[in-house]
Ligand binder design. Structure first.
Ligand code: NDP
Length: 515
């Protein structure tokens, strides 16, 4: 069967024809509604409207924009049931997963960017005294909005990784067009409704539903593209951004390793391994995707994790607290998970619990623990993106670091030890954009901490100063106030002035040793 990358746009999730996509509930396989597939012409019209709306949105200023974001924050809280239901229905995840990330993240992010945008983007004065030519001048860096920002999002967190990236772009004074995943467009449409109700001017935020072609058409219309999705699509997006010559930020796939040292708190590490590999059905870019455990604690760790995973309830989330692990988003994803488990078993791995998928009513893969795995297996090398946890025994932390780095991905990683100083030292040797010690994933909630991948896991970061500055272009201002009628370096050139200037350079830069 087709892989995620190979699937044909607009045909993965039930019927899709005549420019419409049927959105299904992955937990039941039942259709919810249809949305249109927008094409190049409609995207061009949206971009024109976004371009017209932008100057006024920028002119409203940080306070004006922040007021709308704070209103949106309250709207989300007042409409929590509807927001959660929308996410749960179109993604098949549990209410808890939707609340922890899509809802909780967005409520926090609306407040964070409303408060911090002005600080991150306020004019910066830089010193002028370190160059004789600029002494006494006023030097200023200004962060100006780019214009129209395009955001393309995946399905696994229909709000966090789609609308979530629109918030800083909007706060920076841009207008935004969001292309959500074709399988989870309803949450983004709800966010558009929210922003309208909260007083966002017309065309400042628009949602372009559609397939991969819609995403491609968007790139040619905008001034910057923020993409979250698979590495393969990310490469296509970057090629298109090169053609359009626009900045492009990529948050891509991962294969996050977890290294458990023999001195770790094994109970905590095992609980965390079960949770961070299975939450959101394992469909998290920063899931624990592979685990390396030092020999002395391996047996205890495996027993605890297996016990924990075996007890997880899976099925359709009908209300809060009804299940622990939800559905798999669509058939191609189920195929990948199944293929990784089969491949591992065929090469000698053992399934301790789970191991089977089913798709008669809704799509599910049993929470699965694999042991006796190695790096010849897909489950240790390729992104699985499902409820599986392969655990490998290691003879030393050194070996763990080597195996952790034996990957094309470099999104996140975690190290578990009671010696946090040593843990930090190990973390610094792992090739990943984020490494947690005795934790995982929750760094995503620290909105002032950059998050982004190394290697094929991405380019650029979200959160922190760069998370909003990337949606701006810098303008440097040099202002000369009190000035001579003629600068010493201006025409006409004279030997005396040239010698004087040279002496000046000597004075400023010539001191100090020359070793
Ligand atoms: P995809 O790469 O399949 O799709 C992502 C988005 O790109 C979708 O909206 C998709 O549309 C669109 N798209 C597809 N083709 C093109 C194209 N040629 N030009 C422009 N846009 C296009 O990813 P998934 O939706 O399957 O998401 C899962 C992936 O996302 C995983 O690899 C995961 O690791 C990664 N991810 C990374 C995160 C991070 O922060 N690093 C966070 C969350 C997920 P359509 O749906 O219509 O095909």
């Amino acid at each position: 069967m087709a892989s995620v990358e190979q699937r044909t746009p607009a045909n993965t999730n039930g019927a899709a024809s005549d420019g419409a996509i049927t959105v299904e509930n992955p937990a039941t396989g039942e259709p919810i509604t249809t949305v249109p597939v927008l094409g190049a012409e409609q995207l061009a019209a949206m971009a024109t409207r976004a371009r017209q709306a932008q100057p006024q949105w920028e002119a409203i200023g940080f306070d004006g924009r922040a007021r709308i974001m704070r209103r949106a924050q309250k709207w989300m809280l007042d409409n929590a049931d509807r927001v959660l239901r929308t996410v749960v229905e179109e993604s098949g995840k549990t209410y808890e997963d939707a609340q922890a990330a899509d809802f909780g993240y967005t409520v926090a992010a609306l407040g964070f960017w409303a408060k911090e945008a002005a600080k991150y983007l306020s004019d910066e004065r830089v010193p002028s005294w370190n160059n004789p030519v600029t002494v006494g001048k006023k030097l200023v860096i200004r962060y100006a909005p780019l214009g129209v920002v395009g955001v393309i999002g995946p399905w696994n967190y229909p709000i966090t990784n789609s609308f979530g990236d629109c918030i800083p772009a909007l706060m920076a004074g841009n207008t935004v067009i969001l292309k959500p995943s074709e399988v989870t467009p309803l949450s983004s449409l709800l966010m558009a409704e929210m922003m309208r109700e909260c007083g966002l001017p017309e065309d400042v935020f628009q949602v372009a539903t559609g397939d991969g072609g819609t995403g491609a058409a968007l790139i040619s219309q905008v001034d910057c593209i923020m993409f979250t999705g698979s590495t393969r699509t990310g490469q296509a997006v970057m090629r298109a951004a090169a053609d359009a010559l626009i900045p492009c930020y990529l948050e891509l796939g991962g294969k996050d390793p977890m290294i458990v040292c023999s001195d770790a708190n094994i109970e905590r590490a095992a609980n965390a391994a079960a949770y961070y590999s299975m939450n959101n059905g394992g469909q998290v870019c920063i899931s624990v995707e592979r685990c390396y455990v030092e020999e002395p604690v391996y047996d205890e760790f495996v027993a605890r994790v297996t016990d924990n995973v075996r007890g997880l309830r899976q099925g359709q989330p009908t209300a809060e607290g009804t299940v622990d692990v939800g559905a798999v988003i669509f058939p191609p994803q189920l195929d990948i998970v199944d293929e990784h488990v089969r491949d591992a078993v065929s090469k000698g791995a053992k399934v301790l619990t789970g191991g089977q998928g089913r798709s008669e009513r809704g799509r599910y893969f049993e929470p699965t623990v694999l042991v006796d795995v190695d790096h010849t297996m897909k489950c240790m090398r390729e992104e699985t993106f499902g409820p599986t946890l392969p655990i490998m025994k290691i003879s030393s932390v050194e070996e763990g670091v080597r195996l952790a780095n034996d990957s094309p991905y470099g999104l996140q990683a975690s190290v578990w030890t009671s010696d946090t100083e040593r843990g930090e030292a190990v973390a610094r040797r792992i090739e990943a954009g984020v490494v947690c010690v005795n934790d995982a994933q929750i760094n995503y909630t620290a909105l002032n901490l950059p998050m982004g991948g190394w290697k094929t896991s991405g380019i650029g970061t979200r959160h922190g100063a760069n998370g909003i500055r990337k949606y701006t272009k810098t303008q440097s201002l040099l202002v000369t106030r009190r000035a001579l009628k003629r600068e010493p370096f201006m025409f006409p050139y004279t030997a005396r002035q040239t010698r004087l200037l040279r002496r000046f350079y000597q004075l400023v830069y010539g001191r100090g040793t020359r070793d």
